[in-house]
Design a protein around this ligand. Structure first.
Ligand SMILES: Nc1ncnc2c1ncn2[C@@H]1O[C@H](COP(=O)(O)OP(=O)(O)O)[C@@H](O)[C@H]1O
Ligand SMILES: [Mg+2]
Length: 465
């Protein structure tokens, strides 16, 4: 089961979907527009592959026939709630349908059993109230208007009735509405689960009230230059966070430990370096940095000298010996950030574990519903290893999506000898091979030497390291 927002689905390359249709003089068509993405118009002249179109906003456009898409002039005025009912499943047709529905505050649309959500950028409380939840309970997919609750319901029914585990994947660009959607899904699943937790709080309250606050001022926090947000009060958020921690069963002592670790990470971020006396070495920059180092060590309850060594030295263990190498200031900085990220990630895992225990996750449960709220594709002016990993993860998910939606489905049609026309899609397997392929031993050559075929980027990075 998948739930993708608009961009997630478009990435499959809808432009390839167009089935060949006769374009003649007088045809109603879509052509690309630099501002609007697509604009409709009428074909006025055809010259070989060259098509002249008079657009509805008064422009005369000349373009190649491969870039002209037929427009469905008989599409229902309110759009269709399942894209598979569109006469032409191509990018302009899909966007037009979503735009029409969006105008009517219909933010959800199906494409088969995939749900597309468009960010409404306004609260639509009537969509998510208890009455709505009650409506979707037990209703078959497609029986009611498209909704995120319907997706949750299918997953839940499959788990209860057939003992099947399900994953719901929420994908899309940053800001598309993934986290909001995930919260609605969790609220609905918690509602269906309907079990009371500690102190009379429902599972839903326990899960949803748990969110981490965002303390400001420190290097790790000030890089956006944004310190205040309208309608957000840090003190209130902090109190809400402490209350949520109480509810979820994190003891006073554990809460102190969490804040100690977070504070230590922030102090670590303010430790800076200068060149040391030896070549390619570094030292703590000044008294300020020394203060932050001392405080971080104190908060982490570790030896300050060991912490300093961990930042400015690298230890390599080989089968023969243990080699200690000093790091130049740039590498010391990278090592500081790596340590901070590792501590943060371990703390995060610990908190997740804690919440799972607290809300009574059954370790012997045979089936689960996984909800994946993933970071979307990122492309900045300067991209780091982190963007590489994020984008690689998204490519993997895209492949999974392709496998299910296109490859498996079409194989099934072939097997059952159903009459259908093959849908072209952009298979990103080559991209995945480029990144993750492991080096393979080639056939043994005539000298009986093994030839090693190079692997993908990750194995090359491994070797270089
Ligand atoms: N279903 C929704 N209803 C109301 N507002 C929404 C909805 N989805 C997204 N938003 C708005 O868009 C913002 C960004 O959404 P978010 O879920 O944080 O994006 P993402 O996780 O994809 O980066 C939210 O803070 C909220 O204001
Ligand atoms: Mg998010």
């Amino acid at each position: 089961m998948y739930m993708l927002d608009l961009l997630g689905v478009l990435y499959c390359g809808f432009a390839e979907f167009a089935s060949p249709v006769n374009i003649i003089i007088g045809s109603h068509v879509w052509v690309e527009d630099p501002k609007l993405a697509w604009i409709d118009g009428e074909v006025t002249r055809i010259n070989g592959d060259e098509v002249h179109v008079q657009t509805s906003n008064g422009k005369a456009v000349v373009t190649n026939i491969s870039k002209v898409f037929p427009k469905d002039t008989e599409a229902p005025p309110g759009g269709v709630d399942d894209m598979t009912r569109l006469s032409y499943l191509h990018e302009p047709g899909v966007l037009q349908n979503l735009a029409t529905r969006y105008e009517l505050n219909e933010i959800y649309t199906y494409t088969g059993n995939i749900l597309i959500a468009v960010n409404p950028f306004q609260r639509l409380p009537h969509l998510y109230d208890t009455h709505m939840m009650e409506q979707y309970k037990g209703a078959a997919l497609g029986e009611l208007s498209p909704h995120v609750f319907a997706i949750g319901d299918v997953a839940y029914r499959a788990m209860i009735n057939e003992g099947k585990s399900n994953s719901i994947l929420v994908s899309g660009e940053s800001g598309a509405g993934k986290t909001e959607t995930t919260k609605m899904l969790m609220r609905y699943l918690a509602y269906l689960g309907g079990r009371s937790g500690v102190e009379g709080r429902t599972v839903e309250q326990q899960v949803l009230e748990y969110k981490l606050g965002n303390p400001k001022s420190f290097h790790y926090l000030n890089q956006s230059n944004c310190y205040e947000l309208d309608g957000i009060d840090d003190a209130d958020e902090y109190l809400a966070l402490r209350r949520a921690m109480d509810i979820v069963g994190i003891s006073e002592e554990e809460q102190e430990a969490i804040f100690r670790v977070v504070a230590a990470i922030l102090h670590l971020g303010n430790v800076n370096f200068v060149k040391g006396e030896e070549i390619d070495s570094s030292a703590i920059r000044d008294d300020k940095s020394r203060f932050h180092l001392n405080t971080a060590a104190e908060l982490l309850r570790c030896d300050v000298q060991s912490l300093e060594d961990a930042l400015i030295k690298r230890v390599m263990v080989t089968p023969e010996e243990v080699i200690t190498r000093t790091l130049d200031p740039d590498n010391a900085l990278a090592s500081r950030d790596a340590l901070a990220k590792t501590i943060y990630s371990r703390l995060f895992d610990w908190i997740v574990e804690k919440i799972n225990i607290s809300i009574g996750q059954d370790p012997n449960s045979n089936s689960i519903i996984g909800v994946l709220d993933i970071y979307g594709f990122e492309s900045f002016k300067f991209n780091s290893f982190e963007q590489f990993c994020i984008n690689f993860t998204n490519e993997k998910l895209q492949q999974h999506f392709n496998q299910h939606v296109f490859k498996m489905e079409q194989e099934e049609y072939s097997k059952e000898e159903i009459n259908w026309s093959y849908i072209e899609f952009v298979d990103n397997q080559d991209v995945l091979d480029l990144i993750e392929k492991s080096p393979s031993l080639d056939d043994i050559d005539c000298d009986f030497n093994h030839l090693q075929k190079p692997g993908g980027i990750i194995s090359l990075l491994d070797e270089a390291w």
